[in-house]
Design a protein around this ligand. Structure first.
Ligand SMILES: [Zn+2]
Length: 947
């Protein structure tokens, strides 16, 4: 959401860090320290980025990059965040960030947002900012083909750097917005975090400087206190401007010099202290429970000093860490594929933590009643790695995957997005991390990989899995409090694992080919071109239709999607659970001769992902591959049609994990609310009500397998769409061989209309769940519809104009919400229907008032039409958005598949922007009266439990 805030939190997500995030990694003490070696070990800065520093200390990074074309992304980074706040300022770094959008010298009041929206910049999605402990970063992506917009963009940055107005009346209005943002974060996670964070942060300054701050400060801090923070910390020697885009570097540098040279550092500036989290040299333990927390989770963090990513040695060590993380993740993934997996989810890795620390983190979400077993199994796995290390074949695979990822990044070097360069330079400024460019990195990795030994990788476990500086955090449902282990018990468990007779890991690899015999292919029997959109349609001899759109948007990417009508709509309610889960259950069992453990090993070093799926109205294949692995992707596709695997062990495992995931679902307010809205909108049809254990019990593996085979038995009514970097003549033989050989019975099938519609009339549904004083509101309008581009445009415009109006009213004027949005959806199949839904979170006592304000804004459009300026913003956003979207593979895949599914003209995409001319104040007045008449209107409200 707009003006968002990064709060440090712990969750399962912590484990899924991208490789890039792991780059700020480890390094062992360099063995040589001679000056010559030091120079050898230095990593140069990418010559394509121009770095400079003005006499006042203001830093800038400029790079020309044309992905996307005619755009430039500008960031302002401040080395100032909540850690610098005084006690009476807790929360003000973040409130300050908000105030930058509420009046500056050259853009008074809401003019800044207003101006940018008119240029097509979306508030929230494009224009945004975040506040963290150590930094506040503002982001602004703008068109670069209009010099006025670029000039104003720089002016906005200049204003943010030192010229925020900080009008006390505006501050008072924004307090409400930030308090609402804080309210959204309330709940079980936050209540538990409040208890364990001081321990996790070793009672350092970080423990009581969470960016969101305290309610007292947010409500009562004077305007002067905020101004003090701004004056002390927004200063040129702590700031950098990062500019990457379709611009002239020298001209940009001159403009920056002209605009930012007069920024002043305060006289007697306060020192910018670098705070850290000291290591305690001891172990810590805490259990926290909560009524609304559904599962028992343990996190074990072993903290270590962080080594910055500065030298070649550091880069090499970061590769070693990445290989380690990849191999241990694969081991845990295998464990989770057992018939009776010992946990719902578990993992272990080494990564950056915070404030000068790294951590080896081990995580487990336990199955109900199996905490001890789960935790011991998890420890055992980590201990196995520590005791025996990895195997040579595991390391080979990890190296191969790592190299494949780097190769791909290198191939895309002229297609790298400006945003990703900007992110890298922000880290370069904030942390000094190296940024040599992909060419340098790729060459370094290629050289380093063969020299990395198994012993080096294995030594990481011994270095990082230590028995000091270890924190154990256990989070659990309140009702399980009595059964939770004490610190002594957990220590006993750990010791028992250490004494266990653990066996080394055995790596089972299959040497079979994926496809023993290549199928006898078909032929292209007809070919048709749609030159306006660069599309070629092929029909193969077995009836399969192939739509091809070669592009040069990426160098190393092909995406494809095949579908045919049918889906779960063809099965009875009794079969529904088996049908709806068939594709995921069958595909998780592997394919052909490869089970689910062997398949990922076989695919190592290939960039390919192929997934079968069965939706309500279609069955199909969704795939992604690099051009060099297209044949593998097509072989997998062929196998998912002709040789699906039924694996009873995997099935048992999936069921037991799914059941564990559902335990205590009714204690989580958000799950209860979303299950309720979905059930009401689907009139309690079993295909729309929330998941239950009873429903899981209805899944029958044999029936699921049967349904799967039935869905993929006939490819003659399938349409496959390929978008990406390929040459039609070159891939045609592959398409003929693997898609032309798919089974064909020429059966006639179409999806069935199940008749599931939202109820008509006016309905109010309150759900009472949760302890915090917070409410969620969803207003839902729906009805019959005439589906066509003109009407779709009106509905989209109505939703966007309403969103603009509701943000102005509910957020900016009334300070009653953090975010609010309206979204439209429409369908042609199974029936012409539309819906428009408006959602926001707020204080329970404000629900009625804010719903009334919402309905009032709707009435205004109904009575007076929309305002021309809001339509101008909508059209600018869509026009600018389409300019960049239309240069991506994802956009074309979605648009072509959508057109073929709905029987529409795929060329309509070309007239889209022009067709927006028909959106006028008057047309939206009509649209509001038609679609928001209130005849079919459902109000859902989630409120706290009645005490
Ligand atoms: Zn915020």
């Amino acid at each position: 959401m707009k003006k968002h805030l990064l709060i440090f939190g712990l969750s399962a997500g912590l484990f899924l860090q991208p490789v890039l995030a792991q780059k700020k990694a480890t390094s062992k003490t360099p063995t040589k320290s001679a000056a010559a070696t030091k120079a050898d070990n230095a990593v140069p800065l990418d010559p394509a980025v121009k770095v400079g520093k003005l006499p006042n200390g203001f830093t800038y990074y400029i790079r020309r990059n044309v992905e996307p074309k005619n755009r430039v992304t500008i960031y302002l980074a401040n080395k100032a965040g909540s850690i610098l706040e005084n006690d009476n300022q807790r929360g003000l770094a973040h409130l300050m960030e908000h105030m930058s959008f509420n009046g500056t010298k050259n853009f008074p009041k809401n003019e800044l947002v207003n101006y940018l929206q008119k240029t097509g910049v979306r508030f929230g999605a494009d224009l945004n900012a975040y506040t963290s402990f150590d930094e506040t970063v503002y982001q602004l992506p703008i068109p670069s083909d209009d010099p006025t917009i670029v000039k104003n963009g720089l002016q906005i940055m200049r204003d943010w750097a030192q010229d925020a107005t900080l009008d006390p009346a505006e501050i008072d209005k924004e307090r409400g917005v930030v308090l609402e943002e804080k309210r959204l974060g309330k709940g079980a996670q936050q209540r538990m975090q409040d208890q364990y964070l001081p321990m996790l942060f070793n009672n350092s300054r970080y423990s009581n400087r969470l960016p969101i701050g305290t309610e007292d400060v947010l409500k009562n801090a004077s305007a002067q206190t905020i101004k003090d923070f701004y004056k002390d910390w927004y200063r040129p020697n702590l700031q950098a401007l990062i500019v990457v885009g379709d611009i002239n570097v020298d001209e940009m540098e001159q403009m920056i010099k002209a605009k930012f040279s007069d920024l002043k550092n305060p006289v007697n500036a306060k020192p910018r202290t670098q705070y850290d989290i000291p290591l305690m040299g001891k172990n810590q333990f805490i259990t926290v429970t909560d009524k609304e927390f559904p599962v028992t989770v343990a996190q074990i963090l072993i903290k270590h000093k962080e080594q910055p990513l500065l030298t070649k040695t550091d880069l090499r060590n970061s590769v070693i860490r990445s290989l380690y993380n990849q191999m241990i993740a694969a081991r845990f993934s295998e464990l989770s594929k057992q018939a009776n997996p010992p946990f719902l989810q578990a993992g272990s890795n080494i990564s950056g933590f915070l404030a000068g620390l790294d951590a080896a983190t081990t995580f487990i979400a336990a199955k109900p009643g199996e905490f001890e077993k789960g935790l011991k199994t998890t420890f055992t796995e980590v201990e196995r790695v520590k005791r025996f290390g990895f195997t040579t074949t595991e390391l080979e695979r990890a190296k191969s995957s790592f190299l494949t990822r780097q190769e791909s990044a290198f191939k895309e070097k002229d297609k790298t997005s400006s945003d990703s360069f900007v992110q890298e330079y922000v880290q370069l400024f904030l942390k000094g991390s190296v940024s040599p460019g992909i060419e340098y990195e790729y060459n370094l990795y290629k050289e380093a990989l063969p020299t990395i030994t198994l012993a080096e990788v294995n030594s990481l476990a011994k270095t990082y899995i230590t028995d000091t500086n270890r924190d154990v955090i256990i989070m659990a449902p309140e009702k399980d409090k009595a059964t939770l282990p004490t610190e002594a018990t957990v220590n006993e468990w750990i010791n028992s694992v250490l004494k266990d007779n653990i066996k080394p890991y055995v790596d089972e690899v299959s040497n079979k080919p994926l496809l023993a015999n290549k199928p006898v292919g078909g032929k292209v029997v007809s070919e048709n071109k749609i030159p306006e959109i660069g599309v070629t349609e092929l029909t193969l001899s077995n009836g399969v239709k192939v739509i091809l759109k070669p592009t040069d948007f990426k160098n190393d990417e092909i995406t494809f999607y095949g579908f045919s009508p049918g889906g779960t709509s063809l099965y009875s309610d009794a079969d529904y659970q088996s049908a709806a889960n068939a594709a995921s259950i069958i595909s998780r069992g592997g394919v052909g001769e490869f089970n689910s453990l062997q398949l990922p090993k076989y695919l190592t070093g290939k960039r390919v992902s192929v997934s079968p799926m069965i939706t309500e109205r279609t069955e199909g294949i969704s795939a992604f591959t690099s051009p060099k692995d297209l044949e593998t992707a097509l072989q997998l596709t062929y196998l998912y049609f002709t040789a699906p695997r039924k694996d009873p062990e995997i099935f048992k495992g999936i069921m037991s994990q799914q059941k564990g995931n559902l335990a205590n679902r009714d204690s989580d307010p958000n799950s209860v609310f979303s299950d309720t809205t979905s059930a009401v909108l689907g009139q309690n049809n079993v295909r729309r009500t929330g998941p239950t254990v009873e429903k899981l019990n209805q899944i029958n593996l044999d029936r699921a397998y049967e349904i799967y085979k039935e869905r993929f038995a006939d490819a003659s009514d399938f349409t496959f769409t390929f978008v990406g970097s390929f040459d039609i003549a070159k891939i045609k033989p592959l398409l003929e061989q693997y898609l032309g050989s798919l089974p064909s019975t020429k059966r006639k099938e179409s999806a069935v209309d199940l008749g599931i519609r939202p109820p008509a009339g006016v309905i109010a549904k309150n759900v009472y769940k949760g302890q915090e004083p917070k409410a969620s509101v969803r207003l839902f309008f729906s009805g019959d519809y005439t589906y066509n581009q003109a009407n779709n445009n009106q509905l989209d415009a109505l939703a966007e104009v309403l969103t603009i109006k509701l943000i102005e009213r509910l957020r900016e004027d009334e300070g009653g919400v953090y975010g609010v949005g309206a979204s439209a959806s429409y369908s042609k199949l199974p029936a012409n229907r539309y819906s428009l839904s408006i959602s926001f979170g707020c204080a329970p006592e404000n629900v009625d008032k804010l719903v009334a304000s919402t309905l009032d804004e709707i009435s205004k459009i109904k009575n007076n039409g929309a305002q021309a300026v809001d339509i101008q913003k909508f059209v600018a956003e869509e026009t600018r958005g389409t300019e960049t979207q239309i240069k991506t593979n994802q956009f074309w895949l979605g648009s072509i598949v959508g057109a073929y599914q709905n029987g529409e003209d795929p060329k309509e995409v070309l007239t889209y922007v022009d067709s927006l001319k028909l959106v006028t104040p008057e047309s939206l007045k009509q649209a509001a009266n038609t679609y928001l008449s209130g005849k079919n209107y459902i109000k859902f409200v989630l409120l706290p439990e009645k005490k």
